[in-house]
Design a protein. Sequence first.
Length: 150
Amino acid sequence: MFNRRINMAHCRKFVKMQQKCCTKRQQNRIFAMQIFHKRQIIFYKNYFEDFLNFQSIEVKKKILWTLKIIENETRIHSEYLKHLHSTKGIYEIRIQHLNNQYHILCFFSTNNRIVILNCFQKKSQKTPKNEIKKANKIKQEYEQEYQNIR
């Protein structure tokens, strides 16, 4: 299995070593496997921090572990991240710990940024509409603030 912690200089050396025994197409495939675009997670205002402060240590660890997966993996399984239907670009980060489900609403911004909007503990099958409305409101705030900076 490919180790994703290899830096880019090492990747280029590896590709150069492979050039002697591979075709051009195989070389491109090997190099493409090794290029890794890490995402940046942004916690907008204090919504995430306030939620995290009220959780147990085990839940905090699980949430941070899931965020690390989302930040580092190129392909994310729908078990961890899923688009919410009937929303414009809002995704749901899913965390399951024991019998509890925790959900973090977020969206993708420019330059591989994931902006964390709000968090909640899910108690039913459907995502509560008030949480989706809250996420939309926070997303609009972020976009207005971001446009004012430009």
